[in-house]
Design a protein around this ligand. Structure first.
Ligand code: CA
Length: 511
């Protein structure tokens, strides 16, 4: 071997490895309403999620992952299309997703990927762009879920989180073509309201107190009226079904027996105790949060079963695993359950990614990322160029530990579902690394939060002279983002949603 080939040989070998590398598979595990506060890798003081934590230990945890519109169906539509709600047409839960439009599964399918979707779909229209799909009907029940498939409805007995995991594993083991790369979306109903635990976890956390968040007894002072006029307080808005004063009606006799064993005596105890005031409030919080955490326990177990199978089958090495949720959630912060707000707990969402050989194990990212980025990220992982009309950014450079110089410095958010459940006013806004400006446009009212001084967002500093210059900057940034993302000046009434953006009119100056 001469000198030149000594130099070239290793280069040629590494180049051939690069070109012969198999395309990566993608497993996207997705929960509904999973608060990052209920993941131990995110520092939960309320529960342990050892399996989700494996992704943090072996991959990258995103500490500043956000959504664009904090509610279920719209978030799913943003993820599928890589476009904001006003462009994909899914402004609220009430609409039917237009499955004719471009989505990332269709683009992956075209390039030879097998695409599979199991679990909660929640978009009214049937899934499109999937070689295999088996999905819950609408929200789906926690027990014995009927599931829609291209061949009709399948009735299945069992706890829904376990059922979704079983169908996911069955596809991985028995149904896919082992010679093709795949993307598998395994999407849970849990821990969505009304938080019905599986039989295995019904009595977990009994006899212990779950810590309360600092802002549980928020008085909503120093903010505009929407924070106090919502309908999502643990104190006043949890229903009998949320609190399981009565057992649900769709249980098998065996499940009913377990349910009664877990909840029956407590119902009686509550009547006997005749609780009121703060004691009743505390009881409701514990009841609510424990059931929520029990639902998470089954989701965490599901993640573990899927990771174990990837390990056993040898797929793990060539598979990117992602865990996320359709939005964040209030586990008592501000006295609330539910989501919808641009305030941190619902605006943020968990995001963990394991990509063997690419993400540094145990790494944490603090750049601003959004669910708007997922479609382009999946395409990038698969070596597919993103279409120009997608509005996010691939996070693959971040996964490689290389932040691009022009990475975004602010996020755009807009929530539309008012009038609607829980009475959260429509709002839009901008968040930077340090501040958040929110505009409640139906009320023409602004809030500004200094996230470094006031991370719990208890005091709006809008209108305070020392923030005047910053407010001006944030308003300019908000206008820039609205233009960039082609946001129409006014949102249409909810019953008539435009499929395409309306030509923006000249925006009136608001101060
Ligand atoms: Ca949700």
């Amino acid at each position: 071997m001469n000198k030149l080939s000594l130099i070239l040989f290793p280069l040629m070998v590494s180049a051939s490895i690069l070109y012969s590398a198999k395309p990566m598979n993608i497993v996207f595990m997705f929960a509904d309403d999973h608060a990052y506060q209920a993941i131990s890798a995110y520092g939960s003081n309320r529960n342990q999620t050892p399996n989700i934590d494996r992704l943090a230990k072996e991959g990258m945890l995103f500490d500043r992952a956000f959504v664009t519109n904090s509610i279920c169906a719209p978030s799913r539509a943003v993820i599928l299309t890589g476009k904001h709600s006003h462009l994909n047409g899914q402004l609220t839960n009430g609409q039917r997703f237009d499955g004719e439009q471009q989505t990332f599964p269709k683009l992956l399918q075209k390039k030879g990927y097998q695409t599979a979707m199991v679990g909660k779909w929640h978009l009214k229209s049937d899934p499109t762009g999937f070689d295999f799909w088996q999905v819950l009907q609408g929200q789906g029940p926690y027990y014995n879920p009927p599931m829609n498939t291209p061949d009709g409805v399948k009735k299945i007995t069992g706890y829904t989180t376990d059922v979704i995991t079983d169908v996911t594993l069955d596809w991985l083991k028995n149904k896919r073509d082992p010679n093709k790369p795949f993307i598998l979306m395994s999407q849970h109903k849990a821990p969505h309201r009304n938080w019905q635990p599986g039989p295995k976890y019904l009595t977990k956390y009994d006899g212990m107190d779950i810590p309360e968040p600092e802002t549980l007894r928020d008085d909503y002072k120093n903010r505009l009226e929407p924070a106090s006029t919502q309908a999502m307080t643990i104190d006043r808005h949890l229903s009998t079904s949320d609190l399981k004063i009565k057992a649900p009606s769709n249980l098998t006799p065996e499940q009913k027996e377990k349910w009664d064993a877990a909840y029956g005596p407590k119902n009686k105890a509550l009547e006997d105790a005749n609780l009121e005031g703060d004691a009743l409030f505390k009881w409701k919080y514990q009841r609510y949060v424990k059931d929520y955490l029990r639902c998470i326990d089954a989701v965490d177990e599901s993640v573990g079963r899927i990771l174990d199978y990837l390990d056993q089958s040898g797929l793990a090495e060539n598979t990117v695993v992602i865990y996320s949720s359709d939005q964040g959630w209030y586990l008592g912060e501000h006295g609330w359950y539910d989501k919808r707000w641009m305030y941190e707990e619902s605006f943020r969402t968990p995001l963990l990614v394991r990509w063997p050989g690419v993400t540094k194990p145990g790494s944490k990212n603090t750049d601003l990322v959004q669910n708007l980025d997922y479609a382009q990220t999946f395409l990038d992982i698969s070596g597919i160029k993103s279409p120009k009309d997608m509005q996010g950014k691939s996070i693959v450079p971040l996964l490689k530990g290389k932040k691009p110089k022009n990475w975004r410095k602010s996020l755009y958010y807009q929530y539309y579902e008012f009038p609607g459940g829980h009475s959260v006013r429509r709002h839009y806004g901008v968040r930077t690394e340090t501040h958040k400006l929110i505009y409640f446009y139906m009320l023409d009212g602004w809030e500004l939060y200094d996230l470094e001084k006031d991370p719990n967002e208890l005091n709006s500093v809008y209108g305070q002279p020392e923030y005047a210059a910053l407010t001006k900057e944030l308003k300019d940034e908000l206008n820039r983002l609205r233009k960039k993302y082609k946001v129409p000046v006014d949102d249409r009434p909810l019953t008539k949603v435009p499929r395409t953006p309306r030509k923006p009119k000249k925006e009136k100056k608001k101060s």
